[in-house]
Design a protein around this ligand. Structure first.
Ligand SMILES: Cc1cc2nc3c(=O)[nH]c(=O)nc-3n(C[C@H](O)[C@H](O)[C@H](O)COP(=O)(O)OP(=O)(O)OC[C@H]3O[C@@H](n4cnc5c(N)ncnc54)[C@H](O)[C@@H]3O)c2cc1C
Length: 453
């Protein structure tokens, strides 16, 4: 099972990680010793760890980026721009990029899949870096080596941008098999593109009854997206004239963003469809009998999109670089420079970051430009002044024509409290067609920047 579903690694992989010592502190000697003691049937997995990955020779300092999402793609481009001598290697386990932003509009047929899908090859060719299709298993900070299922890659700088994973135990689903079943039957649609395809099929074939959606608590990915998704699912049911009730169970005490706009949409546009239930802390879920329990109630459903709370990629915890105090297992990094507190050669960016900035593609994109500059400066023994990432988020509310709301914000650091807070926020919580068009133009501009321009 994919690590994205919040499960621990399977026993084979866990054994491989432990024996191979690819987490913090183990070196090649330990890897070799582990290999010689390995049963023949396990040898191929170890062989790929010990083999050097096939990459052309390079001269400049090498920056390895784990994760070709919004953060990694932007970093790869701007690292080359700020220092053309850098040898940049972008690694992703997926063979193509599918955008989550605008995917809710795609669920409601407002754009084609082509609009969201892009090739890593195009991005790498345009910007002059290397793309490697591989799964990163771990890294060794002493030898500065990244281990993948396609061989190892040495680095001078390592940037971890692997995104988020679901944290199913936080909704009472602890058993790994139950987690897998839940992930496959009722995916949340916030981590992999297969989840999106399953969800689209579900909502276009739903025959009626109760359709459950959940909104997680904590610092989850894209604060507005679960509410936007409820609107798009309702819009599809309305168009298809399906007799359906959308039960929107929110683990928060109220709509967390664009509150007035979403509340109005639920009432004015989808009053016959959406039942919004705040403060619904989920405590248990039975996949087989399709029942969900909150602290106060119990509900049955016919189909569902279950978005649990999230945590930083397990790669970070496995490497022992997480903050043990943090329930989301975020890394222990310098909040202004993004590198590990005790290692200026390893950085963590995007939705895996420790800072409480909105987990958004636009945030990851603007942040990555800054971090690329920080790394380029570090290589020259210089520093750049901190600057805030920018968050920009459009939310589709209605279709035919597409109508959307938006918000833009920055962040500031309060020296007294030692906390980040919102700064210069501009909210448009009335949806209109200009907002709908602007959301598509924004996404097109982002794809152009990361892949073609
Ligand atoms: C439905 C939805 C709507 C959204 N709408 C918006 C929006 O309107 N505006 C906005 O700004 N944001 C939006 N977002 C949020 C946005 O998608 C994320 O914030 C953004 O993708 C974060 O970028 P990232 O690079 O940190 O992570 P990701 O984009 O998830 O990229 C992480 C990458 O790392 C790879 N990876 C992970 N582990 C490994 C490994 N071990 N080896 C190799 N590769 C690995 C994954 O395959 C993935 O490609 C939305 C998200 C969703 C789900």
């Amino acid at each position: 099972m994919s690590r994205d579903n919040g499960n621990p690694p399977d026993p084979g992989r866990r054994r491989l990680l432990q024996a191979g010592g690819v987490a913090l502190g183990a070196g090649p000697m330990q890897l070799a010793a582990a290999t010689s003691a390995t049963a023949p049937s396990e040898a191929p997995a170890f062989a790929s760890l010990l083999r050097k990955a096939t990459l052309p020779l390079h001269r400049g300092a090498r920056v390895v980026i784990v994760g070709g999402g919004w953060s990694g793609l932007t970093l790869a481009k701007y690292l080359r721009r700020f220092n053309p001598a850098f040898d940049v290697v972008l690694i992703d386990r997926q063979s193509a990029f599918v955008s989550f932003p605008v995917s809710n509009a795609w669920l409601a047929d407002q754009v084609e899949l082509d609009f969201l899908s892009h090739s890593f090859f195009d991005a790498a060719n345009t910007h002059g870096y290397r793309f490697m299709s591989a799964t990163v298993l771990g890294f060794d900070r002493e030898s500065r080596r990244t281990f993948t299922d396609q061989g190892f890659v040495d680095y001078d700088y390592l940037v971890l941008a692997p995104g988020i994973e679901y944290d199913y135990p936080r909704i009472g689903v602890d058993d790994p098999e139950a987690q897998e079943l839940l992930f496959h039957r009722y995916p949340g649609g916030f981590v992999t593109s297969s989840e999106l395809l399953t969800i689209k099929r579900k909502i276009h074939r739903f025959r009626g009854g109760t359709f459950l959606l959940t909104v997680p608590s904590g610092d989850y990915r894209c604060a507005a997206a679960p509410y936007e998704r409820a609107c798009m699912v309702a819009a599809v049911f309305k168009r298809r004239r399906v007799r359906a009730k959308i039960l929107l169970l929110d683990m928060n005490s109220d709509i967390v963003i664009k509150r007035a706009g979403f509340a109005r949409a639920f009432e004015e546009l989808y009053g016959d469809f959406i039942e919004y239930l705040p403060s619904s802390e989920i405590s248990a879920l039975d996949v087989e009998s399709r029942r969900i329990e909150t602290d106060f109630d119990e509900y049955e459903f016919d189909d569902a999109i279950i978005y649990p709370p999230v945590r930083a990629s397990r790669l970070i915890e496995d490497a022992g670089i997480h903050n043990p105090e943090d329930p989301q297992k975020a890394p222990d990094t310098d909040p202004f420079r993004y590198h590990l507190r005790n290692d200026e050669h390893v950085y963590v960016t995007g939705d895996s970051r420790a800072q409480p900035f909105s987990k958004g593609g636009h945030t990851a994109h603007s942040e990555a430009q800054y971090v690329a500059e920080v790394i380029a400066a570090h290589a020259l023994d210089r520093e750049v002044a901190w600057r805030s990432p920018q968050t920009m988020c459009f939310s589709a509310v209605d279709i035919e024509p597409l109508r959307a709301m938006s918000i833009i914000t920055y962040y500031k650091y309060d020296q007294k409290t030692g906390l980040f807070a919102f700064d210069r926020t501009h909210l448009i919580d009335r949806w209109d067609t200009q907002g709908g068009q602007a959301s598509l133009a924004w996404a097109e501009g982002m794809y152009r920047d990361m892949f073609y321009g």
